[in-house]
Design a protein around this ligand. Sequence first.
Ligand SMILES: Cc1cc2nc3c(=O)[nH]c(=O)nc-3n(C[C@H](O)[C@H](O)[C@H](O)COP(=O)(O)O)c2cc1C
Length: 356
Amino acid sequence: MRIGNFDIDVPVLLAPMAAVTDLPFRTVCEEHGVGLTVTEFLSAHALKAGAQKTVDKLTPSLDGRRFGVQIFGREDEPMMAAAQMAVDIGASLVDINMGCPAKRVVAGACGSALMKEPELAAHLVRIVRSAVPDDIPVTVKHRAGWDKLHRNAPEFACAMVEAGAAMITVHGRTRTQGFSGESCLEIIRQVRDQVPAHIPVVGNGDVVCLDGYRRMREVTGCDAVMIGRGAMGNPWIFRSVRAIEAGEPDPGPPTMDERIACFERHVGLIFELKPPTSPKLFHEIRKACAWYAKGLHACNQFRKKAWTITDPDLLVAEARSYFEFVRRRRPEPEVGSESAPELLAESPEPPAVISA
Ligand SMILES: Cc1cc2nc3c(=O)[nH]c(=O)nc-3n(C[C@H](O)[C@H](O)[C@H](O)COP(=O)(O)O)c2cc1C
């Protein structure tokens, strides 16, 4: 898929998610085949002011891989400055968030609140466009609309494209829905129909498996799919999409060895990339433990025990012994075998090892 003047080789993107899509997780997803990752949304105001916590999140992907930076705001100067900062660290695109439903964001009339002010939103696209070099696409991510009476995504998307947006991502829920109900495929289809054909439209919302990916592509006609929650602890979803897009069979869920290797890689990146003094470090390790243990035999018991541990190294050691326990408990399922999820699923048997 082409965005502005560059291509991504597989039409699937990792959704920007605050406090989730940090550099370690983006890297894991890249290594599992995602087409493009984007930073979590960053306040343009905070970036311009040099707020360290926000500036620390402005991180380029490793090994020179392409990445996008998402910014939010509603004032010219901070938006322009933030976009330039994104370009300075090597971003391949600057995405403007016009979909965040969070109270603190819409209270400042940013995020999804901009869907109620399409003229200002278009102005922001124009000024960000003017602040970055011609070869850096400016893109927009928005929702279906503000509420069920104002589902203006198709005309809103067209206005953003008219102002210079080179790609539109639509999450098919309204702002008032938050994350409840379902993401509406029909509104994404309408956006795809109405936006000029050379501008890619990315469908987003509720895709957690290959069937969901296919359905999003088929029903909406979108050019690519953006996956958020479905990738948490499941970067293999990108491996599956990449395989089927290459005309190969779906490799299916991970083997236990692959799961353990991914856990090791993820926590290794957390230790490597987060400052040892960061209060986030322990939280991130804990999150990785929960993600990769989810759905495995006796994972609740593991979590209960793990959550009493307060030292990151001890927590990782506990996770290692738990994963090893699960691995030894059953023979390794064949990659892609139908029975793999069943073999690894939680069973009522009590855990034998982890209480040791
Ligand atoms: C924890 C969390 C944080 C999010 N942060 C952002 C964000 O920073 N920027 C953004 O555009 N969307 C954000 N979103 C919305 C997602 O990008 C995505 O639109 C939404 O989760 C629907 O996709 P999904 O069903 O694949 O998760 C966030 C969602 C979650 C769950």
